[in-house]
Design a protein around this ligand. Sequence first.
Ligand code: MTE
Ligand code: MO
Length: 572
Amino acid sequence: MSLTHDPLEKRLSRADDRVRLSHWLPPQAGVIPKIRVGERWINALWALPLIFVLVITGVALCQALRQLPQVQDFLVRYPGIPRSAVAVTAGFPGWLRLLHFLNLFFMVFIIRAGVQILADHPRLYWKRDCTPGTEWFRFQKAVPTDRIWTAKDDSVTLPGWLGIPGIRHSIGLARWWHFSTTLLWMVNGVVYYVLLFSTGQWLRIVPTTWDVFPNAVSTAIQYLSLTFPADESWTRYNGLQQLTYFGTVFIAAPVSIVTGLMQSPAISNRLGWFGRVLNRQRARSIHFIALWWFLLFILAHVTLVFITDARVNLNMMWAGVQDSSWSGFAVFLPAMLLLATAWWWASPWTLRHARLVQHVGAFLSRPFGAATQSWDAKSQLGENAISPYFWPNGTMPKSAEFDAMVANGFVNYRLRIGGLVENPIELSLADLEAMPKQEQITTHFCIQGWSGVAKWGGVPMRDLFDLVKPTADARYVVFYSLADGADGGRYYDAHSLANMRHELTILAYEMNGGPVSVLHGAPLRLRCENELGFKMVKWIAAIEFVHSYTDLGAGEGGYNEDHEFYGYRVPI
Ligand SMILES: Nc1nc2c(c(=O)[nH]1)N[C@H]1C(S)=C(S)[C@@H](COP(=O)(O)O)O[C@H]1N2
Ligand SMILES: [Mo]
């Protein structure tokens, strides 16, 4: 289709298909993680000596306890294995061993990519508004108050062996890793659940009698006093094993999935009271605590595997035999080699093949995207929910033309609307203000992890549809900005027609009752409440209705999609 685009189309830039570090945000180190207790920030590394002291004291205490006749009686009454733990004579069948390995394999990448996502906004809060100083955890300095400090300025670099891909503000790529491996992990988990319950293996990890608790206390005393309980792992688990495995499989895993999904604007805004109670920051904080459950579980699990007869344990879970041969090691070592190779390869490969990671990730994440796109997000909040602080983000307009517009109060600003429409028009700010105004109090979800609530006022997009009358060919609405993006070339983004007709899609010229500030997008910025923040173009210059966006910029549907490998529409 030959069509003359808006003049700003010439200002869009192509983008590299790989990450060029010279075009990327320069590295910035974070600080050692800190936890806030009241007004004080405590270095999280204190946890290490604390855990050491706790373990040493625990060992001494449990050894002393075992001298007491009452405790000895208790250990005889509750030797460790709950009454309900029926022996599973099949041992560890092949499917279980394979799923165990796949679970470990996917978890490694889920965790690494998850930490990378966290590093894009290295602070955790309980309240939805993300006001600096109210976070309870951070690995970044306090927010500077003497200059504009955007959420992008706040992101920190990770070592490439830890995060995927490690470099600063690589959340676009990290999300593909996180979502794709999570999907595979969830499929693995569903297969595991089904086989668990259809083969009787569930009897290992689901306690059905209350004596699991005293038996768990008993086994904890035995492990801690370093006189280990009799091990019957081939057929059944003791109380402590049952409780920790049950907690990991049936509590920590579902909690991680739910708190992951609740960070999505489309899902959170759709779920009404649930989205308000489990707001994005609570979900993000609990998601992080669940991570720590998994990390501590892995640490304790692996330690116990290796100190309670490694050879026998590895034989059971890696070779499916109950003997003291070396067959377990023969499977375990190549499996670890495979994992180590993938670990080593993931970050450098991702930087080299960023576009491929984006496309494969988008393909694998389709189930999430499809689920969220049809969600009609209508959640609005009350005045009292408005955030005292709203993080600014993005690359500010830097042109004499824009400065002149600001200086004269945008009187000569004109919004162009054209493309596949019957009536192309140009509107001044006064024209827009003369149209019916819609106000809405909504939550902003930045892809980086922060959120904020504001009252927005402006013109509903559907009213502009009535004015310009899109043709039958129009499928997307492209917003061009007055500002360039971080890597040069004009900032733009494309939206589906349906989403632009949504009742909560407006062109906002007001924020919290006053004119929207330059920092937040004056004279006009988009609000589209079931999308992530980056899709809401600020400083809008022109709107164009198109049939396809593949001939614009690098063809991915927007500036961040082109340059930072974000998803065109994955509002999770
Ligand atoms: N023109 C332009 N619009 C933009 C951006 C940008 O860099 N340039 N950043 C986006 C991102 S990532 C977010 S989170 C929101 C931030 O809006 P705020 O500054 O009002 O918080 O604007 C979006 N719109
Ligand atoms: Mo953002």
